[in-house]
Design a protein around this ligand. Structure first.
Ligand code: AQP
Length: 330
């Protein structure tokens, strides 16, 4: 069976972008057809300013929501990154494989570093080395496929470069992972700023649909989504990003095709109403189940403990082999 690995970072509440770009496929497809590992990548949340209690809370919440959305611990491995030391062990070898220049070229680094500097803060070294840890997350498990949203494409290209370089220098150690994106809604945009991606750590929340938003809140956010001043509903990503985003979301919820769906609407109002209802219904089961699971944190902690054990056992031999390959006495 193919091995699949993917993750989500606890930097904020999970969003519709996370769901459509990644989680939904994990639940509906990946855990059924492959040997799948899903990880709350908490170490990645420390690369920017953070509040310890909030990271802890968001880590539990993300794990609980993943279970609520339908991940089944009998079918897949769900765990927290910091509970499996192999990620950090391998991350160092990835830092020794990557160059300073290729890390600095990462778009996410440049954007986030600029954001930190604009706020008068300093840029953490770990923000620069983030892709080394991410490469380790993936490569430690001999991963064949990484299902992610489009925003992660550049990091995964680097992961592949590092795997290839390491194998060439030190002998075949890592599997070359393939990256996959969903057919529609691979990049859900912010409803208020449809040229930026919907990101859970963004400060302005009016354009972000969180998975745990109440239905009324979801409706309000969708109805207030920024479109443009034209009134005809057509699908043009470049020219009319706001409307295109709504059509992408509707297509992802209903299984239609965005340009075809546009033909069925005479006004933005009608489109928004349908999008709002489709999103509310899409998210309803996970939101309701989350309330039940959140009442039983011991169950979630138990799942994570077992998941970490399984993950450790899978990662250890490959990371040991990598240590030996570079000349360490592992
Ligand atoms: N807007 C999105 N559309 C489609 N997919 C998305 N993903 C994230 N946002 C979108 C995918 O969800 C998975 C987990 O994402 P993440 O936790 O790595 O990133 P985030 O939710 O975007 O959180 P941040 O902290 O706001 O991140 P950045 O660093 O991007 O600013 C991934 O598969 C991601 O592709």
């Amino acid at each position: 069976r193919a091995r699949i690995f993917s993750g989500v970072k606890p930097t904020g509440h999970l969003t519709l972008g996370n769901y459509l770009g990644a989680m939904r496929r994990w639940v509906e497809e990946d855990q059924h057809r492959a040997d799948a590992l899903f990880c709350v990548v908490d170490l990645h949340a420390l690369t920017v300013e953070h509040e310890p209690a909030r990271v802890r809370r968001l880590t539990r919440q993300a794990a609980t929501l993943l279970l609520a959305a339908g991940l089944d611990p009998a079918r897949c491995t769900l765990f927290v990154q910091s509970q499996v030391d192999e990620h950090l062990r391998l991350s160092y070898l990835m830092e020794c494989t990557a160059s300073d220049g290729e890390m600095r070229r990462m778009i996410q680094y440049r954007e986030k570093a600029a954001r930190e500097q604009a706020r008068g803060g300093s840029v953490r070294l770990s923000l620069l080395t983030y892709p080394a840890l991410m490469a380790a997350d993936v490569l430690a498990y001999g991963t064949h496929e990484v299902p992610v949203g489009e925003d992660q494409a550049q990091h995964l290209e680097l992961t592949r470069d590092l795997a290839g370089r390491f194998n060439e220098r030190y002998g075949a150690t890592f599997v070359m992972p393939k990256v996959t994106h969903p057919a529609v809604a691979a990049r859900v945009m912010d409803l208020q700023e449809p040229t930026s991606k919907m990101g859970k750590s963004h400060a302005r929340t009016a354009g972000i649909v969180y998975l745990l938003d109440e239905p009324e809140v979801v409706r309000k956010k969708v109805m207030r989504a920024v479109t443009d001043t034209a009134s005809e509903v057509v699908y043009e990503r470049g020219e009319r990003p706001g409307v295109a985003n709504l059509l992408d979301v509707l297509a992802a919820c209903t299984g239609g095709e965005p340009a075809r769906l546009a033909e069925g609407y005479a006004s933005y109002g009608a489109l928004k109403r349908d999008v709002a209802e489709a999103v509310v219904e899409l998210l309803r089961p996970a939101r309701e189940r989350h309330a039940e699971l959140a009442a039983d944190p011991r169950y979630v902690d138990g799942v994570l403990r077992e998941g970490a054990e399984r993950a450790r056992a899978l990662a250890r031999p490959r990371v040991d082999a990598a240590y030996r390959a570079v000349g360490l006495l592992a």
